[in-house]
Design a protein around this ligand. Structure first.
Ligand code: SAM
Length: 306
């Protein structure tokens, strides 16, 4: 059997019990994703760029839940002049969600983007902030900083400093918003060609869970009272999602905030998995499944430090 089909089938059987419609879930996991992008409003107006792009693809569509999330029938917008000069950023639709759940905060604030490379969400937040305020974009991997710096440069981001550090040992720094877009098994990106390289084993989930708890715990530890912490992953795995948030809630003085995006279908966080029961507050997390909005899968939690 083809390796990728085997991974897909395993994900379907592993997670079907968590979804509202098993057949639809299985169907969508097997459908490829179209290319999506957003217009970089730091450099050009949205309508001007969309009009130009519609000369190559008249079928470009905008989603109902994000007026700057667009879907193309083409798969090579990354070679367009608009991409080259930083008028667009190719980004999965679900990857645009975490900054949207803190849209209300995006004024002149300070942000620490703890795991930032290659900068999809950093550049999105910088555009939402109109280059005001300040973002520290941190990543632990030197090789990935090159693409982060390249993207900041191409998109004309000027309110961001880049740091190279394992976030678990980041110096205590006060900010209004801590953004933990954690490394994960990436299972939810299975619809994208060549993503999810393998079938993960139990010990891999344990390793990810430990790393994620370390990163989120560090953000919660250094967050001053009243500041916001966002945790997100692109995986289905409750071990990397609700279990991480539940353990953090039990250990740190954090309050969950309910999140909602108009016209985006989502499900609450799950409270039971593998004979474990989580802190009931994790229901306030957001799960986006592939079959609900024809996207990848994503998990997002928004918390406030008490
Ligand atoms: C899901 S990716 C981040 C994607 C990014 N937020 C974006 O939107 O483009 C996770 C990132 O975490 C980084 N990472 C892994 N371990 C880390 C650590 N201990 N401290 C900081 N960053 C880490 C990885 O190098 C990777 O770039």
């Amino acid at each position: 059997m083809h390796r990728h089909q085997n991974i897909r089938d395993n994900l379907i059987s592993k997670y079907s019990s968590l979804v509202d419609d098993e057949k639809k879930f299985a169907n969508f996991i097997n459908l490829p994703l179209k290319q999506s992008f957003r217009v970089n409003t730091l450099k050009e107006e949205k309508e001007i760029v969309l009009d130009k792009l519609k000369e190559y693809d008249p079928k470009i569509k905008t989603t109902e839940w994000n007026d700057n999330a667009h879907i193309s029938e083409l798969d090579n917008l990354g070679s367009s002049l608009e991409h080259f000069v930083g008028h667009i950023y190719i980004q999965e639709l679900t990857s645009m969600i975490p900054p949207l759940v803190v849209k209300d905060l995006m004024k002149n604030i300070s942000i620490i983007d703890c795991c930032a490379a290659p900068g999809s969400k950093t550049t999105q937040m910088a555009a939402m902030m109109e280059n005001k305020g300040h973002i520290i974009a941190n990543d632990a991997r030197h090789v990935r900083l090159k693409s982060l710096r390249g993207n900041l440069d191409r998109l004309g981001v000027t309110n961001t400093s880049v740091t190279l550090r394992d976030f678990k040992s980041f110096p205590n720094t006060k900010a209004d918003l801590y953004f933990v877009d954690a490394p994960c098994s990436s299972e939810g990106t299975i619809r994208k060609k060549n993503s999810v390289a393998r079938n993960w084993r139990e010990k891999d989930y344990i390793r990810f869970n430990k790393l994620q708890k370390g990163l989120l715990g560090k953000a919660c530890e250094m967050a001053p009272s009243g500041s916001t912490v966002v945790y997100s992953t692109c995986t289905f795995s409750p071990d990397e999602n609700e279990k991480v948030v539940s353990d953090i809630l039990n250990k740190h003085d954090m309050k969950m905030k309910k999140i909602n995006i108009k016209n985006l279908k989502s499900e609450p966080g799950i409270t039971k998995w593998n004979n474990e029961t989580y802190n009931s507050e994790v229901e306030k997390c957001m799960r986006v499944w592939p079959h609900h909005n024809d996207t990848d899968a994503f998990f997002i939690a928004r918390m406030e430090k008490c």
